[in-house]
Design a protein around this ligand. Structure first.
Ligand SMILES: [Zn+2]
Length: 283
């Protein structure tokens, strides 16, 4: 099943940004210069943290020591510009008082687009499905809390994806690229399982990821799944009973450097990772 006849182009994927937009931009600009490849757009896997001000920051679920305004105000107030369109989903650390005003997604600043709770976009002929948030069994079947409850319930209540989001994503039927915050479950290869035993945030390979990201991967059969959340770079594969497998690209956080970034070349042959071409020094 080849991709539709597409002009060859490149796009970047970026792990958790946590407000470090300047670092994201400078890293990708350096890559582009060294590899002599232009980027057409950027997909970001959540924990982007686009806070305009302290009021936005106050609506993010996070311990006080992790609450930093970050760089976004510079882009929102047009002192800086994203050189390429950046499309992001929500993670579990986002200003819900801002993002949830438009749950279907919106443009926050020039070249900066929130994909919403669950949506599909066509980028250069590539169909991209994004689902924001993380899994929580206790709230999964309930509706999203209304924005009017912000401040009177825990900010955390706004950080989950719900059944309605998954159903909406499944209804898209197919995707070339799936963007989720947490990993699909069951993607860690046998030979890599030992490495996960040492991880603070992923103590057990069986406990890594969630079943709904996996369900979406199995149903939409994307060529590529992008995720972050665990602040760890990893590449996995999910095979399907028919058709090509899904490559799963798990990205570290921007603060960690090069492992937060991946670059892909899209052509009629498929989607191929070319990050290694001209990888710059860690930002
Ligand atoms: Zn994060």
């Amino acid at each position: 099943m080849p991709l539709p006849s597409l002009e060859s182009f490149c796009f970047a994927a970026v792990g958790d940004v946590h407000g470090r937009m300047h670092r994201m931009v400078s890293f990708l600009q350096a890559w582009s210069k060294r590899a002599r490849h232009e980027l057409d757009f950027v997909l970001q896997v959540g924990d982007f943290e686009p806070h305009r001000d302290e009021a936005d920051l106050a609506t993010m679920a996070a311990p006080a020591r992790h609450k930093h305004l970050g760089d976004f105000a510079d882009y929102h107030q047009k002192r800086r510009h994203f050189p390429w369109p950046v499309h992001f989903i929500g993670g579990n650390h986002e200003p819900h008082g801002y993002l949830d005003t438009e749950p279907r997604g919106f443009q926050l600043a020039p070249n900066c687009h929130y994909l919403g709770r669950s949506s599909a976009v066509d980028l250069n002929g590539l169909s991209v499905v994004g689902v924001s948030g993380i899994h929580d069994a206790a709230s999964f079947q309930k509706p999203h809390p209304p924005l009017s409850l912000l401040g009177s319930v825990s900010n955390k209540a706004f950080t989950f994806f719900h059944e309605e989001d998954i159903e909406r994503a499944l209804a898209f039927g197919r995707a070339d690229v799936l963007v989720v915050h947490d990993w699909p479950s069951g993607i860690i290869a046998t030979q890599d399982r030992g490495a996960f035993a040492q991880q603070r945030r992923s103590p057990d390979a069986d406990a890594v990821g969630n079943e709904y990201a996996r369900l979406l991967t199995e149903a939409l059969q994307p060529r590529l799944v992008l995720c972050g959340h665990l602040h760890k770079g990893y590449r996995g594969v999910l095979a399907h009973t028919s058709g090509p497998p899904s490559q799963v690209c798990c990205l570290a956080s921007v603060e960690q450097g090069a492992e937060a970034f991946a670059v892909f070349q899209v052509s009629s042959l498929g989607i191929r990772e070319i990050t290694h071409l001209g990888t710059p020094e860690p930002a």
